[in-house]
Design a binder for this molecule. Structure first.
Ligand code: SF4
Length: 349
């Protein structure tokens, strides 16, 4: 809860209200600015998991310049949550700690997800001294055989990653809120109870995250069981278009993570300000198409996001992942074995 107070700004509440008002009154031009920013510091990764969208990506691998990151941060004072990562392993970026520190200098809540393989002593200390608020370690598996099944080419062993996490926790002493995420696949779900107790004993919350099928024709993931039910709500517009902003490492803006190859570019922060892009013709046009329930949006026709109910939307917009994260809502709920329910924060589908 201390983190909420540390980062709390009254303008954030007014901004949320503006976002919610625009959504409720079906406005495609929004007075407020997005309150969640997902910034791809790199799309490079040192793993190659079968269940990850990374393996489907064909765009060039690159790293965001620190100067560009800084320019973005300077514009997003109304944001409540910054993820300095998107579709890659951000600990590979040489400037990642400088980037996190800059977010903290601007009093932005900063959350990083990592696969945990690079968490050595030095990286652990750097994370803590950067001032990061939240670290999620995407362990994905509950034991070595599942870890190997998820990424057969992986040179890291499950036990090594566990050692990294233990070392981080020992150095961290609860300075950075740390959570573990496990993929909600059949093999993991069988051990959810003991997994939660295991990490609870170490003082860590566990989230069983939904198993997303990024490409419905992908045969390699069939062995993991049934992915979440992915169906865009055809009645209500996608709330992400009213509250989240996704920037690729080269500055191009995409609507969401499902545009992992940058096919539906809404703007470029190297040419225009975030405020200009947020309400430009393309962004407003996409919102407008959702408001008219136009099912012919090529990207959204293939949406793999979990189905959202109307009841959840006010909660998501008015509180957002920021509050949910801090209150640690539903981290320890039993995973739904049909795999169609989210557990934990709204972030990541
Ligand atoms: S693909 Fe899905 S999550 Fe992305 S903008 Fe379209 S409906 Fe929203």
């Amino acid at each position: 809860m201390a983190t909420i107070h540390k980062n709390f700004k009254f303008q954030n509440v007014y901004n949320r209200f503006n976002l919610f008002y625009a959504y409720l009154t079906k406005k495609s031009i929004i007075k407020g600015l997005p309150n969640i920013f997902i910034i791809e510091t790199t799309n490079d990764c040192n793993k190659n998991c079968l269940v990850c969208v990374h393996k489907n990506m064909t765009r060039p691998v690159g790293y965001m310049e620190f100067e560009l990151f800084k320019e973005i941060i300077d514009q997003i004072y109304l944001s409540e949550l910054v993820f300095p990562f998107f579709l890659g392993e951000s600990l590979l970026h040489k400037d990642i700690y400088k980037m996190i520190s800059y977010c903290k200098q601007k009093k932005l809540f900063c959350s990083l997800f990592t696969n945990g393989t690079l968490l050595n002593d030095e990286e652990s200390r750097n994370i803590i001294s950067s001032g990061l608020d939240h670290l999620q370690i995407s362990l994905n598996a509950v034991e070595e055989p599942i870890y190997k099944d998820i990424d057969p080419s992986c040179t890291f062993r499950f036990e090594q990653t566990i050692e990294n996490i233990d070392r981080f926790l020992a150095i961290n002493k609860r300075a950075v809120l740390t959570t573990i995420s496990i993929l909600s696949i059949e093999a993991n779900n069988k051990k959810w109870e003991e997994t939660i107790s295991y990490w609870k004993r170490k003082g860590i919350d566990v989230r069983f995250k939904p198993f997303v099928d990024w490409n419905s024709n992908d045969e390699s993931i069939k062995k993991f069981g049934k992915p979440i039910e992915c169906k865009r709500n055809q009645v209500f517009p996608c709330d992400w278009l009213w509250r989240q902003f996704h920037i690729l490492w080269d500055g191009r803006v995409v609507p969401c993570c499902f545009d992992y190859d940058g096919e539906y570019i809404l703007g470029d922060v190297t040419n225009n300000s975030i405020r200009e892009i947020w309400n430009n013709e393309k962004y407003a046009g996409l919102r407008g198409a959702h408001l008219k329930n136009n099912k012919k949006i090529s990207l959204c026709e293939k949406c793999r996001r979990r189905k959202i109910s109307m009841m959840e939307i006010p909660f998501l917009i008015l509180t957002g992942a920021f509050t949910a994260l801090n209150l640690r809502l539903s981290y320890e709920k039993k995973p739904n074995f049909l795999g169609n329910k989210i557990h934990g924060t709204d972030k990541t589908y």
